[in-house]
Write a protein of this length. Structure first.
Length: 172
């Protein structure tokens, strides 16, 4: 959804599983826990975008056809590569940043059958970007907190607003 805000720039809010690629003037933002956001920005063309993916790899999950492209890291990075190619731009000219993958509940690691979604998301994002030849300029990942991420497509600046440290409570 585009809403005019941020000093006359369009404000685009990404929900989990959504992607955006466009041009300035716009500020794209999202809220992350264990999910990961990757930002792409071209300084001369002032185009770029952000994804907010929930799970690392589409092939790891059954009955996944109903999920949108932005739901999985594998699909999200492929989407941006496609957008860059459609515009006949060079991938090497994009500034790429990686965010999120916070472990929202520390005590979860002690539970049987624990699946570390946050770490899987971070590792998959790093692997995919490397496989496609992107160099990550900044990575702010892991930890035990949520993050609000803001990408300004006019400047390429990314702001992060951190949430508080989260601890799971054990109920006995």
């Amino acid at each position: 959804m585009k809403i005019l805000g941020f000093d006359g720039k369009y404000s685009i809010t990404l929900a989990p599983g959504q992607l955006y690629f466009g041009q300035a003037p716009a500020v794209v933002h999202t809220l992350l826990g264990s999910c990961v956001a990757i930002t792409f920005w071209h300084s001369k063309k002032r185009v770029g975008g952000m994804c907010h993916y929930l799970l690392a790899h589409r092939d790891n999950y059954h009955k996944n056809d109903h999920h949108p492209k932005g739901y999985y890291g594998t699909d999200a990075v492929a989407y941006f590569v496609d957008q860059i190619k459609k515009r006949k731009l060079n991938q090497a000219d994009f500034e790429v940043k990686l965010f999120g993958g916070g472990n929202m509940f520390e005590a979860s690691h002690d539970r049987p059958n624990f699946m570390d979604v946050a770490t899987n998301n971070i590792e998959q994002g790093q692997l995919l970007l490397d496989q496609y030849g992107f160099k990550v300029k900044i990575a702010d990942v892991g930890g035990v907190r949520y993050r609000k991420i803001y990408l300004d497509l006019a400047s390429g600046d990314v702001w992060i607003k951190y949430g508080s440290h989260t601890k799971a409570e054990t109920v006995e």
